[in-house]
Design a protein around this ligand. Sequence first.
Ligand SMILES: Cc1ncc(COP(=O)(O)O)c(C=O)c1O
Length: 473
Amino acid sequence: MSFTTEARIAAEALEEYLRDSQAGAGATIRQPPMRELVESLGVGELLREGGLEGERFREFLERYLSATTRLHHPGFLAHQVAPPEPLGALGSLVDGFTNNAMAIYEMGPAAAAIEFAVVNWMLGKVGWVSPPLPPAHPEAGVHAAGVLVNGGSLANLTALLAARGRADPDAWRAGPRRDLVVLAPKGAHYSIARAAGILGLGEEALVAAPTDGDGRLVPDRLPSTLRDLRQAGRRVMAVVANACSTAVGLYDPLRKVGRFCRENGLWLHVDGAHGASALLSERLRARLDGVELADSLVWDAHKMLRAPTLCAAVLVRDGCDLDRAFHQEASYLLHAKDEPGFDFMSRTVECTKAGLGLRVLLSLAREGERGAARYVERQTDLATLVAAQLRLEPGWEVAVEPESNIVCFRLEGSDARVLEIRRRLLAAGRHYLSSTEFRGRRWLRLALMSPATTVDEIASLVAEIRGIAAEVP
Ligand SMILES: Cc1ncc(COP(=O)(O)O)c(C=O)c1O
């Protein structure tokens, strides 16, 4: 069998999958027992004996696709993972096929060049000065920089590593000082706490920043928090702000927080994993007003830029902070050389690194950045409509007025009742939503990622929940 035959089988299967999913056919989510799946997919036999060809490959794909969670389906309302742009998904295929480990330029010039240019495009959207494309050298002055890594969690870790390098330059050699703290809203993504652990600061180094009742940073209370910490002998390594928060999608007031951080010599890290894509929209970019005052920003492309997983940008205002973050010797890879390109190796945990820029580029290349902006605007506007629709239901409560494409709501009753409603909904399979804790209670949570989701689909979700709720005391 030639590659073309296999590729055609896969392309046909995926085309049908996409069409059916977008049209709302079949279940959004179906969770057969794992043992059953391993058996029906013939995993053991394939590992032992191989032989996956032609019709068998087609049948295998059919079975595989029937047990996937359908992100392109109008009923996919659960998590912040994009139904990828098909052209972007082909980027994953091309990258996987060529396998250019492009962290050093000589191992993937096209992939590295695209990543450099994509990062520069993102830096421009933030309002930072991007460096010229190599082999030109940057002129004197501060230049921003970035790198694409495998997801927002790794991106947050990388950004906080750069912050640690600024606050405690000797940490790489001697381990971190004991007095460092990271000031972050309680609702920051858990990867921030993990980063504190991984960086050797310890979980106790994560201090809750002052927030209002909705979990939004309150800049006016930052001075007293900083004073208290300093009096207690602690040194703030970084302040973290959400843009937007994972649970309910609210943006922190970046300009005020940014000014405070600049005035006090504090590193501001903005976690824009989900919400930074609003920078593409003239109408919505005000949500991130002041983001240029940050020292670092994380921006996931596999969320609102519709790139296939995983792909997140770590962006820093002063590129030197990122270049100094990893003080590593790898003489066989890192040595002074005259080169026409750029080695990303010194900016990332990874050694063998995928060509993630291609995925971002191809995800945008059909409709350009205006198309991406339209997607962000559509999903955000839909969230506003959905919140209004949910508020019409007697006894239903919407957590906050949405600022992104995330909507949280709950029905009357205990957290256990809310979770039971979700369990029954998922078992039915058409609508897949998530849940979150917020203000001490459990909420149902919609992340409106699929372009196929409409107001009518939400009406059918509401009707289904109404029916389930009538049976759940
Ligand atoms: C604000 C925020 N930061 C970081 C992450 C983690 O990103 P990833 O899942 O790409 O590791 C998420 C994921 O939902 C998020 O919402």
